[in-house]
Design a binder for this molecule. Structure first.
Ligand code: CP
Ligand code: NVA
Length: 308
């Protein structure tokens, strides 16, 4: 029986806590698990560009003693050169795990269903769980206790906030999401997050007001207004998101000790001003670094699970 890492909806609060603890250990002692993936290979399927995800996975696999094989759009064109199911079955005969960055979330579900090895979601149009886990880890490093903290997410109701909704609800943090009308997070993710929030006693607020969302928040988060694959909508999105920029005035409503977060890549002058993202409250490169430690924890967890 294998386990995948496709969405935080499949991970309990306890699983998330275990991953946070494991990532912490790995960060303190990065060479502790240099044997976990010895002699093992991971296929990294990327249908979209990447800096952080690709490099942190390749480096993490190397640090765990394994081997990463990058497969870009020219190598594997999911569903076009051959069916996704055949790709999954073929790769499962060679490698011990698959990381995939895809356009449609259905592609990652197909890969996981047909592969006999663990599949990890390296971003789909619906979710970005590795980033959300690294983000929660980063917040824990700053504030120690996640319970009762408030995250404000301002901007597009995209893959990033879908995963943050679940992550916050499951660790006991409140989250307020401000989007323009028509750009709300995925309704199914909101429902799942609300169910999780009921258990942990936290609140989920959806609003159109960035001011309302940010008021009293310890964590201020934003992401690009135009995600990969939405380039044709750029002009309309710039117009619709005009009043959703994170600037000094907006963050003055947050708690004094707030942190600013962004999964990157960022666009200074669009979703955030340079003064905020490059200012003293920004933890963006800690988030980026923590992708490495958290993804190593995820791989160790899946591999241990597979063999237990
Ligand atoms: N945050 C993130 O996933 O970055 P990349 O697109 O560079 O991988
Ligand atoms: N929402 C962004 C995240 C990039 C890491 C995108 O999908 O392009």
């Amino acid at each position: 029986m294998k386990r995948d890492f496709l969405s935080l909806k499949d991970y309990s609060s306890q699983d998330i806590e275990n991953l946070l603890n494991l990532a912490k250990q790995l960060k303190v002692n990065p060479r502790q698990t240099s044997d976990y993936l010895r002699g093992k290979s991971f296929a990294l399927i990327f249908q979209k560009p990447s800096n952080r995800t690709r490099v942190s996975f390749e480096t993490g696999i190397y640090q765990l003693g394994g081997n990463a094989i990058y497969l870009g759009p020219d190598d594997i064109d999911l569903g076009k050169r051959e069916p996704t199911s055949d790709i999954a079955r073929t790769l499962s005969r060679y490698v011990d795990g698959i990381v995939a960055r895809v356009f449609s979330h259905d592609d990652i579900m197909d890969l996981a269903r047909c592969a006999t090895v663990p599949v990890i979601n390296g971003l789909s149009d619906l979710s970005h769980p590795c980033q959300a886990m690294a983000d929660i880890f980063t917040i824990q490093e700053v504030f120690t206790n996640l319970k009762g903290l408030k995250m404000a997410y301002v901007g597009d109701g995209n893959n990033m906030v879908n995963s943050l909704l679940l992550a916050c609800a499951k660790v006991g943090a409140h989250i307020s999401v401000a989007t323009p009308k028509g750009y709300e997070p995925n309704a199914a993710y909101v429902r799942l997050a609300q169910q999780a929030a009921e258990k942990t006693g936290t609140s989920i607020v959806l609003t159109n007001s960035p001011q309302e969302a940010i008021k009293g928040a310890q964590v201020v988060y934003t992401d690009t207004w135009v995600s990969m694959g939405q380039e044709e909508e750029t002009a309309r999105r710039f117009k619709d998101f005009r009043s959703y920029q994170i600037d000094e005035k907006l963050v003055s409503l947050a708690e004094k000790n707030y942190i600013f977060m962004h999964c990157l890549p960022a666009h200074r002058g669009q979703e955030v001003t340079a003064s905020v993202i490059d200012g003293p409250h920004s933890v963006i490169f800690d988030q980026a670094e923590n992708r490495l430690h958290m993804q190593k924890a995820i791989m160790v967890f899946l591999y241990t699970f597979k063999h237990s």
